[in-house]
Design a binder for this molecule. Structure first.
Ligand SMILES: Cc1ncc(C[n+]2csc(CCOP(=O)(O)OP(=O)(O)O)c2C)c(N)n1
Ligand SMILES: [Mg+2]
Length: 360
């Protein structure tokens, strides 16, 4: 009886909403969506600035030859990670991508330990053996950045299944790009997540390119949520991924639904990367320089939130500048911490490769 009731409730919660939701954010120029408090907005501002500063510093360090490995910058896409992770608790899970620094900072990753990981030092999250694309930290629910496109998607479903079986209220979020939605594993995972009503939010960061290939040349679909969510009978929402308040509102509904047993959502965030695909790519051979400049001028997520804070919340530019300076000083300390940390020893090379250490 209880099971029937539960299933009925779940049906009402999920189907009652319809497959595709549209969220009205403005009416007659006025904001009508669920709005975070001023403190929450300042928190999100802080997080986006933390990410931007980290990325700019990492880019400079890499280009001056101080960082080993590869680097994919998230500059321009900060609002997606921050708007979604603002709803997550410490024990919720995320899975990330090759472009993962923003997700990790938004979920609570510390910049000093991340920077140490980029410098390949023992104080890094993976003791210096992972680097940019493999940072993981189970204490903050970060199930890993990932160099394999789409590979984080099924991990999130696994985390969601685990939470369901353990009867917790945890949710799992998977971040991935538009290119990753062409992978078979994306479709398999969405199918199972829908069938099993898993507490997972699939967040597509549609930055309009997979490496140098524009979205229109790698898939026929334009609105990924509108087309692909109904295929798996789950709610799908597309938002301006460079407006953190819109991402916040859409993620609010999706996370609540997942936590309340209403199953998964596909959230498609329309965003844009301001830099090249990776640090060695100027990013202007497959798109016009003017297009990039226009995006930076019109859609910088940090500047857009600053405008709302100043115009609607009575925050002064001086307060925002003071916050940025404080965060910049913290980043300097993180850099010092990383540079002064020891490198891994050769005899530790085979430790920590598996869940338990192996000895040769
Ligand atoms: C399975 C797999 N195929 C190909 C690659 C090479 N690769 C790295 S990033 C990338 C593009 C991914 O595009 P998208 O998912 O849109 O993410 P974005 O880089 O735009 O954030 C590709 C093809 C890879 N790492 N893994
Ligand atoms: Mg992409």
């Amino acid at each position: 009886m209880i099971l029937v009731y539960f299933r009925f409730l779940r049906y009402v919660v999920t189907k009652g909403l319809g497959n595709r939701q549209t969220i009205e954010h403005y009416k007659n120029g006025k904001r009508i969506m669920s709005k975070p408090s001023k403190d929450q907005m300042l928190f999100m501002y802080r997080k986006m600035v933390e990410i931007r500063q980290f990325e700019e510093a990492a880019g400079t360090l890499y280009q001056s030859g101080q960082l080993p490995g590869f680097l994919h910058l998230y500059i321009g896409e900060e609002a997606t990670a921050v708007g979604v992770c603002a709803h997550l608790q410490d024990d919720d899970y995320i899975t990330s991508t090759h472009r993962g620094h923003g997700h990790l900072i938004a979920k609570g990753g510390k910049r000093d330990r991340m920077m140490a990981e980029l410098f390949a030092r023992t104080t890094g999250y993976c003791k210096g053996k992972g680097g940019s694309m493999h940072i993981a930290d189970k204490d903050t629910g970060i199930l890993g950045a990932n160099g394999v496109v789409g590979a984080g998607i099924p991990l999130a479903a696994g985390a969601g299944l685990s939470a369901t079986l353990r009867g917790t209220k945890q949710v799992a979020v998977s971040f991935f790009g538009d290119g990753a939605t062409n992978q078979g594993v994306f479709h398999e995972t969405l199918n199972l997540a829908a069938v099993w009503d898993l507490p997972v939010i699939f967040v597509c960061e549609n930055n309009r390119f997979g490496m140098g290939t524009p979205q229109r040349d790698h898939q026929r679909v334009e609105d990924i949520a509108a087309v692909r969510a109904p295929a798996y009978d789950m709610p799908g929402v597309t938002v301006d991924g460079n407006d953190v308040l819109k991402v916040y509102a859409a993620a609010d509904e999706a996370v609540r639904r997942a936590r309340d047993g209403g199953g998964p959502t596909l959230l498609n965030c329309d965003t844009y990367r301001f830099r090249g695909h990776h640090i060695g790519d100027p990013g202007t051979s497959y798109r016009d320089r003017e297009e990039v400049q226009e995006q930076e001028r019109q859609r910088d997520p940090i500047r857009r939130l600053a405008q709302v804070l100043i115009e609607e919340e009575g925050v002064s530019q001086e307060e925002l500048s003071a916050l940025e300076e404080k965060l910049s000083n913290e980043l300097d300390e993180a850099l010092e911490f990383a540079k002064n940390s020891p490198e891994p020893l050769p005899e530790d090379a085979l430790n920590d490769l598996y869940a338990g250490s192996i000895q040769p």
